[in-house]
Design a protein around this ligand. Structure first.
Ligand code: AMP
Ligand code: MG
Length: 353
């Protein structure tokens, strides 16, 4: 199949909407990452998403809408969700809602809840409005690859597999939406994203919990609250190691780890904050973005991970952020890229030889 890559002109939006309404797939930009959309109420269309991505069937999809009226007959809106919708929609917040039988099992992987989001990106909004049906859309990457934040990323994963990609430039947030469960007691962040735990707590005036699997691997036998958290994700081919500790020690440890690894014959690099590029000269430094502005780290993280693969690094040593605010979402993605492998700078510096 030929994959068209088009800027979102009125004609391209019409074509995209026609494709969606006839059960085909369209990749489109959102403020988080690029989505791969299909008519959420047509199981045969939704099935094509799983085939194109190589996605396991038990990993449910997010249903995208442009108007809350579209939820009529599909799900019940819990009171806490209502409050959050007023504060954060349209935007990067996905809410779980108890659903009716009209939502196909294929969308929810048979779960009793459906994940719903209203994106703020103008191209996503225009497309959703034109198509007129709720659109099921996961990230538009092949399963196991970093989510796409540019149309070029989508093309590199989906060329020949889907008929159309709408090119709306680079995504603003750069990480997937926050997934929040408000259906079971204390609201719980299942996946951290652009709407932070702190922002949710401010609006709700209550505590919001965070799923345990966000900053550590699932324990043997532990159930993932969000099925997507079960899967290996965002992992480059090379081995990523997170280096933790106080700033000066981390920089010293990164230099030591890099040189030891290179000496052992492994093609190596460091991932560091923009502020530390000079201090790490000679260690193949790759820019994570500004430590003082974590939003810039989120924006470029997936692009950076894709580049590491293209450049064929075998060993990657990375700085970390405190897991607060946007730092929680960043450390969740970086942690998973590293399979949560980390070393304390102090230990690295005191290790013999
Ligand atoms: P993606 O489409 O790649 O952004 O992934 C959607 C994420 O939302 C995955 O991590 C899913 O596991 C999660 N998700 C979707 N629906 C549900 C649901 N009903 N319950 C829990 N998690 C969900
Ligand atoms: Mg995804």
């Amino acid at each position: 199949m030929e994959t068209k890559l088009l800027f979102p002109s009125p004609e391209a939006l019409q074509l995209a909407s026609d494709l969606l309404r006839s059960g085909q797939l369209v990749a489109f930009p959102t403020e988080t990452v690029y989505g791969l959309g299909a008519d959420a109420l047509t199981p045969e269309a939704v099935a094509k998403i799983f085939a194109a991505k190589g996605r396991p069937a038990d990993n449910p999809l997010i249903m995208h809408i442009w108007s809350v009226d579209q939820l009529e007959g599909l799900c019940r809106i819990p009171p806490l969700a209502e409050k959050l919708m007023a504060a954060f929609w349209p935007g990067p917040l996905t809410l779980l809602m108890p659903r009716t039988d009209r939502v196909p099992d294929m969308v929810t992987a048979g779960l009793p809840t459906v994940a719903v989001r209203m994106p703020s990106h103008p191209v996503a909004q225009a497309l959703l409005r034109k198509a007129g049906v709720p659109i099921a859309a996961p990230s538009a990457n092949r399963s196991g690859k970093p989510s796409p934040t540019t149309a070029a990323h989508v093309l590199s994963d989906m060329d020949g597999r889907i008929p159309l990609i709408l090119d709306g430039g680079a995504c603003d947030v750069g990480l997937e939406s926050t997934v929040l469960d408000t259906c079971h007691g204390t609201p719980c962040v299942l996946r951290p994203g652009g709407i932070t735990r702190e922002m949710l707590e401010t609006v709700l005036g209550t505590e919001v919990s965070v799923a345990g699997s966000i900053l550590q691997p699932l324990k043997p036998g532990e159930q993932a609250l969000s099925p997507g958290m079960r899967y290996r994700h965002y992992a480059p081919e090379g081995q990523v190691t997170l280096v933790t500790g106080e700033e000066k020690e981390v920089l010293d440890a990164l230099r030591l780890l890099f040189h030891t690894s290179e000496t052992a014959g492994r093609r190596s690099c460091v991932l560091c904050f923009h502020e530390h590029l000079e201090a790490l000269e000679g260690c193949n430094p790759h820019d994570l973005g500004l430590r003082s502005q974590p939003e810039t780290v989120a924006q470029r993280l997936f692009d950076t991970l894709r580049r590491l693969d293209q450049e064929g690094f075998e060993a990657i040593f990375s700085e970390v952020l405190p897991p607060e605010g946007m730092g929680l979402a960043i450390m969740n993605r970086l942690g998973r890229a590293a399979s949560f492998r980390s070393v304390a700078a102090r230990d690295a510096l005191s290790a013999p030889g």
